[in-house]
Design a protein around this ligand. Structure first.
Ligand SMILES: CC(C)(COP(=O)(O)OP(=O)(O)OC[C@H]1O[C@@H](n2cnc3c(N)ncnc32)[C@H](O)[C@@H]1OP(=O)(O)O)[C@@H](O)C(=O)NCCC(=O)NCCS
Length: 341
């Protein structure tokens, strides 16, 4: 019988492409404007990966930083998990394979996690289980996306929302109180049609007609997804906290999926993380203004920045939340450990 040990975050890394696309840049492509986008979404700019830069290229850079910070080399990795909905290749091989070879890791298992914007929440929980059960010592969990490769640049309702990025954490057995305390993961496949990429899979293999109709890009019922996000973000975080034996008053940092500032505001209100004037508390990580929605990369990227800014310290209770296509959601409650700067 193995003893369960917590899995702690021993390293963290991120990568954001150099190219910045502002709302004004977008207004030259579609009929939109900075004011509308900022008011309705909170997004001011997003990063766009280079043409020759795929999801795995970004993932490798974020992952290498996480490994360096944890002081391990790629050959010490046991498991590589890549959460993405924009894999390098539509069907196979998994992007995690390309991350493995790119990092120079050989002794690992590697696979992708396909839960869109809730992918990192799932990856963290799955990765932690490898550590907790004693099956692995070094587990890399990456969230990486080239969302701009699946955006319809003629659809102003969706193309304004997304950006490209990668974030990664290295999980190790904890030798103190730090680590993943609890998670809540969920899915409701009856909402599968609300946010999807219709063509290119076995349901609708690609044809010239589907391509011409832009069925190879993201389709979304924005209002329905908005309502879902508002409802589920607070719910899943509170469930995860309850499982950890904690309440919202214990939260030192909330790291919500960066989909829309109004959805983040609703989650903050539900968690009691607003100032007396109603604005979002400093205990909530917000960087949607600079990156837009980077799907599975959004939570590790916001977590990284909050930590880098000195807003997350050893012993802090950090709650992360993801939600998105599936429909799916997930929250993780983490007690932050010692991390090398
Ligand atoms: C997409 C979203 C920003 C749209 O905001 P909204 O307030 O619902 O806006 P609507 O779709 O009702 O559109 C309102 C008006 O703005 C227009 N509009 C839509 N996109 C626009 C844009 N980029 N620029 C200017 N006008 C726009 C619409 O055509 C509509 O015009 P009309 O009233 O003349 O018909 C919002 O629904 C949203 O964020 N949904 C959740 C998306 C999400 O989080 N997805 C990822 C989940 S992981």
């Amino acid at each position: 019988m193995r003893t369960l040990r917590r899995a702690t975050i021993a390293g963290i890394g991120k990568y954001t492409p150099e190219r910045v696309m502002t709302n004004d840049d977008l207004s030259k492509i579609v009929d939109t404007n900075d004011e509308w986008i900022v008011q309705r979404t909170g997004i001011r700019e997003r990063r766009i990966a280079a043409d020759n830069e795929a999801t795995s290229d970004m993932a490798i850079k974020a992952a290498q930083e996480a490994l360096d910070r944890a002081g391990i080399t790629a050959d010490q990795l046991d498991v590589i998990l890549v959460a993405t909905c924009t894999p390098d290749f539509n069907n196979f091989p998994a992007t995690a394979m390309l991350v493995q070879t790119g990092l120079g890791a050989s002794q690992t298992t590697a696979f992708d996690i396909s839960v869109a914007c809730a992918g990192f929440a799932h990856g963290l929980d799955i990765g932690a289980q490898f550590v907790e059960t004693g099956r692995a010592k070094n587990v890399l969990v990456v969230g990486a996306e080239k969302m701009t490769s699946v955006v319809n640049w003629e659809d102003r309702a969706t193309c304004i929302l997304f950006g490209d990025a990668a974030g990664a954490v290295l999980l190790q057995p904890s030798d103190d109180e730090s680590g993943l305390l609890a998670s809540d993961l969920g899915a409701d496949g009856s909402g599968a049609c609300l946010l999807n990429l219709p063509a290119g899979g076995s349901r609708h293999p690609m044809t010239p007609e589907l391509l011409a109709g832009k069925e190879n890009t993201a389709h979304m019922d924005g209002k329905a997804v908005f309502r879902f996000g508002v409802k589920v973000m607070g719910e899943t975080a509170l469930k995860a906290l309850q499982r950890a034996g904690l309440t919202e008053s214990d939260v030192d940092m909330l790291v919500p999926h960066q989909a829309n500032i109004r959805i983040i505001q609703a989650a903050a209100e539900r968690m009691g993380l607003v100032e007396s004037d109603g604005t979002i508390s400093k205990k909530v990580a917000v960087n949607i203004d600079r990156y837009g929605n980077t799907s599975a990369a959004s939570v590790p990227l916001a977590l990284y920045e909050a930590w880098m800014d000195g807003r997350v310290a050893e012993g802090d209770i950090v709650v992360t939340i993801g939600f998105g296509a599936g429909l799916a959601w997930g929250a993780n409650v983490i007690r932050w450990g010692k991390l090398k700067p």
